[in-house]
Ligand binder design. Structure first.
Ligand code: 5GP
Length: 116
């Protein structure tokens, strides 16, 4: 098991856990880019959105429900937040285990575009 996020789920690498259920584990990002920056990951090792299968629908649904729950728990639901899932090289994905960034706690910049 070489995946750092699998090791975080297993408790082999420490993390600041925010939420956990049967499908999902969520923890604070080690290098936050917003006042609230949580990573929501599936417990099943799925590398990226490109690797999702029909049978993963329940997992994906639960990732979104976890995002909603965490946003309310952390008090950012009403003002709003951003969910970001990077995929592959052009998407800027660094860790090959699907993760949803939950970003909030401030008005966030829109800086998506091609690298110059
Ligand atoms: P990506 O660029 O793949 O969308 O995002 C990967 C994220 O994982 C980055 O925001 C990075 O800071 C975070 N990250 C990488 N390694 C660790 C770690 O060991 N612990 C935590 N909490 N976050 C990590």
């Amino acid at each position: 098991m070489d995946c750092i996020f699998d090791k975080i789920i297993a408790g082999e690498i420490p993390s600041k856990k925010v939420y956990e259920d049967n499908f999902v584990f969520a923890f604070y990002d080690i290098h936050p880019i917003a006042p609230v920056h949580v990573l929501i990951i599936p417990k099943k090792h799925i590398e990226s959105i490109n690797d999702l299968e029909e049978g993963d629908v329940e997992i994906v649904g639960n990732m979104f429900l976890a995002a909603k729950k965490i946003a309310f728990d952390l008090g950012i639901a009403e003002k709003g937040y951003k969910l970001l899932v990077r995929t592959g090289r052009d998407g800027g994905q660094e860790v090959p285990h699907i993760h949803m960034h939950l970003l909030g706690g401030a008005r966030l910049r829109e800086d998506i575009g091609p690298v110059k």
